[in-house]
Design a protein around this ligand. Structure first.
Ligand code: PLP
Length: 474
C-alpha cells in the first residue's frame, strides 16, 4: 500500500470509526447470526492475487460487521461491560503503526519506559504502595499465571531447573481460592504442573466472600497432612457478584503462614481511585501480587492487564533466560520486558493506557466509575422495590444480580432463562447470567462510557415486559 493510498484509506476508516462510535446503538447489540454463517460467506482459500482495499472493506461491512457483538453498544450489560474509548482506540492505531516489539529496552526504549511510568501513575491512583512493580500482559488470566509462577518459584526448590515431575520428595502443594474465584486460577494450576486437585476452593459466606475461618482450617489441615500451602488467591470484585473477599484477614493469615497472597482485582481494582473506595486496596498493599485490568473498567481497548508484584525479582528469576542473540551491552540499569514472563515479544500496550489516562485525567476517570456505581445502585433500588424481581447479592460496584420471583426450583430457573432470552432478542440490550446458590441469576453489568440512566431504564422496562411474557408462555 503506497503512502497516498494509506492516507486515503486511513481517513476513510477514521470517518467510519467516528460514525460507528457515535451511533453504535443503531446495531443490534448481540450479533444476529447463526453458527457458521460468517464462515460460509468466506472463501476457503486466500486470494491468489491482491485485492483492492475497497473490495476488502465492502466485505468487512457485508460479512464481518453482522457477525459483531457490539461491546461498544450502550445497552451492553453482559459479563463485565467495557468500552474502548476514543483516546484508547487512537493509541492502538498508533501502536499498530509503530509496530513496536518491546522485548528488549533497545528494541523499544519508549515502550519499555512508558510502561513503567504509566503503571506507576495507575498504581498511585489506586493507592498501591511504590514497593510494587507493574508489568503489562494481555489478560488477567496471564497476569495471574505469572503471579502463581512466581509463587511456585519461591516455594518449590529448584523448580526452574528440575521441574516437578518425578520428584516425590516435594510432596503436594496447594493453592487456595474461594468457590467464587474466576476459572483462570484453575487454568493456572493446570499449566503450572500443580494439577487441578492442588486447588482447594474455600466456601464463601452468605455475601459470596471467602470465609477466613474455613481458609485457616484448610491450611492447617493440609499442613498436618504434609501438603505445602503455596498461594492464596483473594478476589476484590468476584466475577459473578463482584463480592470482596476479606483481604485484611486473609493477608494476616498469609503472613502468619508465609504463603504467597495474590489478589485478583481484575475488574474492581480501579474503583480504588474513587473517594468512596479509597480504602479498597489498603489491605492488598501487603499482598505479594495483584492484578487489575484497564481493559475491563478503565476504558482501555482490549487487551491490557496489569500485574503488580512486590517481588519482580522472583518473577524474573523464574523467567529470565537470555540466549546469545539477545544479549546486549546496555547498562545494567536497563530492564528488558522479555525477562518478566513467558513471552519474548511485547506489544506497545502502554501507549493506549497512557493516552486514556491523559485524556480523562484522574478526575474524569473517577467521575465515570462513580456514575456507573450510581446507576447500578439505582437499578438495584428498582429491583428491591419491585414485586416481580428479587435481588440475589449486595451491589458493591456496578453489577446487579437478581432474578424474577416467578416460581421456585427448575420452573423458576426456566422462566428466568426465558426472561434473559426475550430481553436479549430485542437487540437493544445484552444481559448475561450466572448461578448463585444453585439458582439461575440474571446479571446486569454497567461499565460502558455511553451507558446513561436512560439505557438502564430501558433495560428495566424490557425486563418487566419479558417477565410477563415469560410467565405467560410457561
Ligand atoms: N478475574 C476476574 C475476577 C474476572 O472476572 C475475569 C474475567 O472476567 C478474569 C479474572 C479473567 O480476565 P481475562 O479475560 O482478562 O483473562
Amino acid at each position: 500500500m503506497d503512502p497516498e493510498s494509506f492516507r486515503h484509506e486511513a481517513h476513510r476508516l477514521a470517518d467510519w470509526i467516528a460514525d460507528y462510535l457515535a451511533s453504535s446503538s443503531r446495531y443490534p447489540v448481540l450479533a444476529n447470526v447463526s453458527p457458521g454463517q460468517v464462515r460460509a460467506q468466506l472463501p476457503a482459500e486466500a486470494p491468489a492475487a491482491g485485492e483492492t482495499f475497497d473490495a476488502v472493506f465492502a466485505d468487512f461491512e457485508r460479512i464481518i460487521l453482522p457477525g459483531i457483538t457490539h461491546w461498544n453498544h450502550p445497552g451492553f450489560f453482559a459479563y463485565f461491560a467495557i468500552t474502548g474509548s476514543g483516546p484508547g482506540i487512537l493509541g492502538e492505531f498508533l501502536s499498530a503503526a509503530l509496530n513496536q516489539q518491546a522485548m528488549l529496552w533497545r528494541t523499544s526504549p519508549a515502550a519499555t519506559e512508558l510502561e513503567a511510568v504509566t503503571l506507576r501513575w495507575l498504581q498511585r491512583l489506586i493507592r498501591l504502595p511504590d514497593e510494587f512493580e507493574g508489568v503489562i500482559y494481555d489478560t488477567a488470566s496471564i497476569s495471574t499465571l505469572h503471579a502463581l509462577a512466581a509463587a511456585r518459584e519461591r516455594a518449590v526448590p529448584q523448580v526452574r531447573e528440575r521441574g516437578m515431575a518425578g520428584r516425590s520428595e516435594l510432596g503436594m502443594f496447594r493453592v487456595y481460592c474461594s468457590d467464587q474465584t474466576h476459572s483462570s486460577i484453575d487454568k493456572s494450576v493446570i499449566l503450572l504442573g500443580l494439577g487441578q486437585s492442588s486447588l482447594r476452593k474455600i466456601p464463601s459466606d452468605d455475601q459470596f466472600r471467602m470465609r477466613t475461618d474455613a481458609l485457616r482450617a484448610a491450611i492447617e489441615e493440609d499442613r498436618r497432612s504434609g501438603i505445602t500451602p503455596l498461594a492464596v488467591v483473594a478476589t476484590i470484585g468476584s466475577t459473578s457478584t463482584t463480592s470482596i473477599d476479606p483481604v485484611d484477614e486473609i493477608a494476616t493469615l498469609c503472613a502468619q503462614q508465609r504463603v504467597w497472597l495474590h489478589v485478583d482485582a481484575a475488574y474492581a481494582g480501579v474503583a480504588a481511585m474513587t473517594t468512596e473506595y479509597q480504602h479498597l486496596l489498603t489491605a492488598a498493599a501487603t499482598a505479594d501480587s495483584l492484578v487489575v485490568n484497564p481493559h475491563k473498567w478503565l476504558f482501555t481497548p482490549f487487551d491490557c492487564s496489569v500485574l503488580y508484584c512486590r517481588h519482580m525479582d522472583v518473577l524474573r528469576s523464574a523467567f529470565s533466560l537470555i540466549p546469545a542473540y539477545l544479549q546486549t551491552n546496555d547498562p545494567s540499569v536497563v530492564k528488558n520486558l522479555m525477562d518478566t514472563g513467558i513471552q519474548l515479544g511485547r506489544r506497545f500496550r502502554a501507549l493506549k493506557l497512557w493516552m486514556v489516562m491523559r485524556h480523562f485525567g484522574a478526575s474524569g476517570l473517577r467521575e465515570r466509575l462513580s456514575e456507573h456505581m450510581r446507576l447500578a445502585r439505582l437499578f438495584a433500588s428498582w429491583v428491591d422495590e419491585s414485586r416481580e424481581f428479587e435481588r440475589l447479592a449486595p451491589v458493591p460496584f456496578s453489577v446487579v444480580c437478581f432474578r424474577a420471583i416467578a416460581a421456585g426450583g427448575d420452573e423458576g430457573d426456566a422462566i428466568n432463562e426465558r426472561v434473559v432470552e426475550l430481553v436479549n432478542r430485542s437487540g437493544e440490550v445484552f444481559i448475561s447470567h450466572t448461578r448463585l446458590n444453585g439458582r439461575f441469576a440474571i446479571r446486569l453489568a454497567i461499565g460502558n462510557l455511553h451507558t446513561t440512566e436512560e439505557h438502564v431504564r430501558r433495560a428495566w422496562t424490557l425486563l418487566n415486559g419479558a417477565v410477563i411474557e415469560a410467565s405467560r408462555l410457561h
